[in-house]
Design a protein around this ligand. Structure first.
Ligand SMILES: NC(=O)c1ccc[n+]([C@@H]2O[C@H](COP(=O)([O-])OP(=O)(O)OC[C@H]3O[C@@H](n4cnc5c(N)ncnc54)[C@H](O)[C@@H]3O)[C@@H](O)[C@H]2O)c1
Length: 260
């Protein structure tokens, strides 16, 4: 039997990268998927692809930092598919400097970090996670339980080549919040776990100059960048009953980067 048969999953940031890979994998395992993204073009593209493959899918135009839009995405799941079982808080952004620091445009160590970058980074990565939980948990209660998958980053565990104080703080907050969510909602049979992706080859981690690609590979004991599917497989494990006795836990998926 498929691992997510009769399950409904809402995946934020599902128009690209890890979210899109999870949308495909969850759908192939029987889930109905709400593809939520602020990017209407890519979000619709992934949704149409899923529908063409025979899956049940719907697109929600959703900026996760906007309470009304997050509420509407959750509503779409229950109105269109009758329930909500899985919330994958995957949407995120990183104003990467990549050796090209620009005040007001890139993340940075605090003395160089402008407030607009701090605010947007926290709003999307951290507040977006809170809003997802705020509106999804009441729907999960209606069906007697559910699963929340949060997305932190190895940036919350180890300092990389460039300090991004806003991104690090947001992802650290997501990790800490995972534990309070897990403990508080365990009696309601709502599980909540957190994935810490390493360097994954998606638009967020670019631009991919040859030098940058090789430098990162050199820091990864398994010798390669992660692909979105590497994370989607972990997300599927956490969404399914295979992880039915796991909550409040942290899963680092990084090719060994943080073990060094
Ligand atoms: N790529 C990496 O190396 C890496 C490493 C660690 C953690 N992460 C985290 O993984 C998650 C997925 O990122 P990815 O690597 O797939 O990147 P990506 O850029 O391929 O995808 C991110 C998606 O989120 C969407 N998004 C951005 N802002 C949004 C908003 N306000 N509301 C709704 N959607 C929004 C984008 O449109 C995009 O579709 C993010 O939370 C990211 O921080 C990525």
């Amino acid at each position: 039997m498929a691992k997510l048969e009769n399950q409904v999953a809402l995946i934020t940031g599902a128009g690209s990268g890890q979210g899109a890979a999870a949308a495909r994998l969850f759908a192939s395992e029987g889930a109905s998927v709400v593809v939520a993204d602020v990017n209407i073009e890519t979000g619709k593209e992934v949704t149409n692809e899923l529908i063409k493959s025979g899956a049940a899918a719907a697109f929600a135009l959703c900026d996760v930092s906007d309470a009304t839009q997050v509420q509407a995405a959750v509503q779409l799941a229950s109105e269109k598919f009758g329930r909500l079982d899985v919330l994958y808080n995957n949407a995120g952004l990183w104003f990467s400097a990549q050796g090209n620091y620009r005040p007001g445009f890139t993340d940075a160590p605090s003395p160089l970090l402008e407030e607009n970058i701090w605010d947007r980074t926290i709003d999307v990565n951290l507040k977006g996670t809170y809003l997802g939980c705020k509106y999804a948990i009441p729907e999960m209660r209606k069906v007697g339980g559910g699963v929340i998958i949060n997305v932190s980053s190895i940036a919350a565990l180890r300092v990389g080549s460039g300090a991004s104080d806003a991104y690090t703080a947001a992802k650290g907050g997501v990790a800490a919040m995972t534990r309070t969510l897990a403990v508080f909602h365990a009696p309601e049979k709502i599980r909540c776990n957190c994935i810490f992706p390493g360097a994954i080859m998606t638009p967020l981690a670019g631009p991919f100059t040859d030098e940058y690609v090789r430098a990162v590979e050199g820091h990864v004991p398994l010798g390669r960048w992660g692909q979105p599917e590497d994370i989607a497989k972990m997300a599927l494990f956490l969404a399914s009953d295979d992880s039915s006795w796991i909550t409040g836990a942290f899963f680092v998926v990084d090719g060994g980067y943080t073990a060094v």
